[in-house]
Design a protein around this ligand. Structure first.
Ligand code: CAA
Length: 392
């Protein structure tokens, strides 16, 4: 039985910063951010968006009534959750009116969380072929103003509907994974910004990629030539290119050209959204599938997932016939092109406002946020989410 991705939704907030202007403000050559890091814009989350609202907005675009009835598992992957105890999945379950006879949980392993969720979903569907599982990957990447990680911030969510006989990509069985206890990037419970050893994290990312790629080849007998494209977790888009270049010589010239051309398409959305942590790999997959109109059914896509701390995994998926009919290309193009640019001082104000540890008792201006689902305020330490026109 094939199991995999039946639909993919995406959401990013309506505000962004232009990296040329961030570079000017930080007295850095713009080429460093645009070419050296590979980022052109980064989404800025207003106070009315958090991990829950972004995930719910991403899922809203893909779910039909029949999906809501069949989903019996909601798995929310995040490293910017809103509660140490209650799972963010439960809020989304309610906001979207999903079948009450469902499991709802939150999973965490940095940017690897959504990949773990996909494999949990696959196992669940193998045992329960009629089930559908909603996997959510939603994060706000925050390093702080004037830090070296600032250029690699961003915000957004992906919503993935996993099912048997999927219509976009069937996930293949062999998979290679690796865990090591390392401190490259982490966020202690008392901090709302990440701590990072930047250069070390880059070294680890690349060495984990090489490790799991070698393992994967041994397990499967597959080689570079068997892949239409590789998609990477993209904390900043140049890093995926660096990783790809470490193995590209394994292919003939024609394969190298194909993989490099597809890599460019696979980083297009990530370049203008920024790091969305656990959803990043799947945003890259979406970018590839939506922007390359020539990918044929049966093509194999390699997926490299990396979560600091650290866990890495390389696995693959086979593109299904008619997959393009189940993508939302125009809607995503509009979502990205209709965002409003904020100047650096407005971005800094929003950053400070969204850094407050205790926001209890506050109400937020949801009328300024075009998203359907917003955070309206916090009362008695309880978050109040609003489904516009239909307060829940
Ligand atoms: N024109 C073109 N390129 C330029 C340039 C210019 N004028 N000026 C500099 N560059 C290049 C540099 O040569 C360098 O390229 P190489 O990587 O090929 O050497 C690149 O721009 C970046 O320059 P620096 O290394 O000097 O940049 P930095 O010291 O400011 O740090 C960073 C970069 C380490 C990525 C930092 O932004 C950071 O810490 N980011 C957060 C951590 C991160 O994203 N780590 C990734 C792996 S961890 C992970 O994957 C999990 C996750 O999501 C966080």
């Amino acid at each position: 039985m094939k199991i995999g991705i039946d639909k993919i939704g995406f959401y990013t907030p309506h505000l962004y910063v232009d990296m040329n202007k961030l570079a000017d403000a930080r007295k850095v050559e713009p080429e460093k951010f645009i070419i050296g890091i590979g980022q052109e814009k980064m989404s800025v989350p207003p106070i009315t968006q958090d991990a829950v609202t972004m995930a719910a907005n991403a899922a809203l675009e893909i779910l039909e009534e029949s999906d809501r009835e069949k989903i019996d598992y909601v798995i929310f992957a995040t490293e910017s959750g809103i509660d140490h105890s209650k799972a963010a999945a439960i809020y989304v379950h309610r906001l979207l009116g999903i079948n009450p006879n469902a499991r709802s949980i939150e999973v965490k392993e940095a940017c690897y969380g959504a990949t773990a969720a996909i494999h949990i979903a696959k196992g669940h569907i193998a045992l329960n072929p009629e089930s559908k599982v909603l996997v959510l990957g939603s994060d706000i990447s925050r390093y702080g103003l004037n830090t070296s990680g600032e250029v690699t911030q961003g915000a957004g969510a992906v919503a993935i509907l996993m099912s048997a006989n999927p219509r976009i990509i069937a996930i293949e069985d062999p998979s290679a994974y690796h865990t090591e206890d390392v401190m490259d990037f982490w966020r202690p419970l008392y901090s709302n910004v990440a701590f990072v050893q930047g250069k070390y994290s880059v070294e680890l990312y690349i060495s984990f990629f090489q490790n799991v790629w070698e393992q994967y080849k041994k397990k499967t007998g597959l080689e570079l030539k068997d892949f239409e494209s590789f998609c990477f977790h993209l904390p900043y888009t140049r890093l995926g290119l660096k990783a790809l270049k470490t193995v590209i010589d394994e292919g003939a010239e024609e394969e190298q050209e194909r993989l490099l051309a597809n890599f460019e398409l696979s980083r297009s959305y990530n370049k203008v959204v920024g790091n969305i942590y656990t959803g990043s790999l799947y945003l890259s997959l979406l970018s590839l599938l939506e922007l390359n109109t020539d990918i044929k059914a049966g093509a194999r896509i390699g997926l490299f997932s990396y979560g600091s701390g650290a866990v890495g995994e390389f696995f693959s998926g086979i593109v299904e016939p008619d997959y393009r009919d189940f993508l939302y290309v125009e809607r995503h193009g509009k979502l990205l092109s209709s965002r409003r640019e904020v100047c650096i001082s407005e971005y800094e104000e929003i950053f400070q406002e969204t850094s407050l540890a205790d926001i209890s008792g506050k109400k937020f201006p949801i009328e300024k946020d075009p998203a359907v689902i917003c955070l309206a305020g916090v009362k008695d330490h309880m978050r109040e989410y609003v489904y516009k026109c239909n307060e829940i």
